[in-house]
Design a protein around this ligand. Structure first.
Ligand SMILES: [Zn+2]
Length: 317
């Protein structure tokens, strides 16, 4: 089997189950929180023009080295990832005007990254396969201009490294995920899509429902402040009830997210939201524990030096 050694932890090799014909595999047991890949993005798709007119713009924005790496990426489900290193290709004819290969390569390999606020393509990270309950998280650090692939769970030797291709869109049900994955001609066989799909769908629907309920309660609380405050003598107790109800919604969301293994950036937002409501309910001990948990997960997803991690670490109340 042909392979490409990425670093001491990771090898890129062909896989029978991978969406792209190849995947990233651990060469030894690796602990969570570890950055298994860090690389400069090949392309940031923030202002990518539409197909057709976009081709010359994309090509001219890439160095020859990057174009060589691009030529080794699959341009669709029919193209296997070429492992290991191919001889240098004639980039000019490979991405000839009108053959659409460059834009197909971009579209097939780009992944939306919330920390970049745009889709990106990285050479090694383009090979990472999808799972709805993944063991890794892909982030972008603007300060270092790097993509980082961080483990959110311990990984055993030989295990495939996976991210969710919709890693911050966490509450999507199985049928919608399956439709979205058709772009990669990929049928997900993770537990959330197979043996556990009914329970998984229920939990994700609950997360969505609770999120809406939490926001509605928040609106009701503000309306209470604006319109009802002068008329109600017992306002303090009413406010406390709203805050407790909101805190209960968020706590249940966290429980479902953990059960689904959704240890992404989104979980840290929900944890911080919960911590803020613990301040309002006066439960300072729980607030400390929840903030600590949010920080640990953010470190796991983004690394210690990411601005979002530092923001959370230095946050005062
Ligand atoms: Zn799945």
């Amino acid at each position: 089997m042909s392979y490409l050694i990425v670093n001491e932890d990771i090898v890129l090799r062909e896989s029978n189950t991978s969406a792209k014909g190849a995947g990233l595999f651990a060469t030894r047991d690796v602990e969570k929180g570890r950055p298994v890949i860090r690389e400069r993005p090949l392309l940031k798709c923030e202002n990518l023009p539409v197909i057709g007119s976009g081709r010359p713009t994309v090509a001219s924005s890439l160095s020859q080295n990057k174009l060589q790496q691009f030529a080794r990426l699959p341009a669709g489900p029919g193209h296997a990832f070429r492992v290991p290193v191919e001889p240098r290709v004639d980039v000019k004819s490979h991405f000839a005007a009108g053959n659409g290969r460059l834009m197909n390569t971009v579209q097939y390999n780009e992944i939306w990254i919330v920390t970049a606020r745009c889709p990106m393509v990285g050479f090694h990270t383009a090979a990472v396969s999808h799972s709805c309950s993944p063991n890794a998280y892909l982030c972008y650090n603007k300060d270092t201009d790097s993509l980082g692939l961080f483990l959110v769970r311990h990984v055993k030797k030989g295990e495939e490294i996976t991210i969710s291709y919709f890693q911050d869109d966490y509450a999507v049900p199985q049928s919608v995920r399956a439709r979205r994955l058709q772009k990669w001609n990929f049928v997900c066989t993770c537990v959330c899509c197979t043996t556990n799909s009914d329970m998984s769908d229920f939990r994700r629907m609950e997360i969505k429902r609770l999120f809406t309920e939490r926001n509605q309660l928040d609106i009701a609380l503000s309306m209470h402040h604006i319109h009802l405050a002068p008329q109600w003598g017992g306002i303090a107790q009413r406010e406390v009830n709203y805050v407790w109800d909101i805190a209960t919604c968020i706590r249940m969301m966290i429980r479902h997210m953990k059960a689904e293994g959704l240890y992404g950036l989104a979980m840290t937002w929900v944890l911080v939201d919960y911590a803020e409501h613990c301040v309002k309910t006066g439960d300072l001990r729980t607030r400390e524990a929840v903030m600590e948990e949010a920080l640990v997960i953010r470190e796991m997803c983004l690394g210690l030096s990411h601005p979002s991690t530092l923001y959370l670490a230095n946050r005062t109340w």
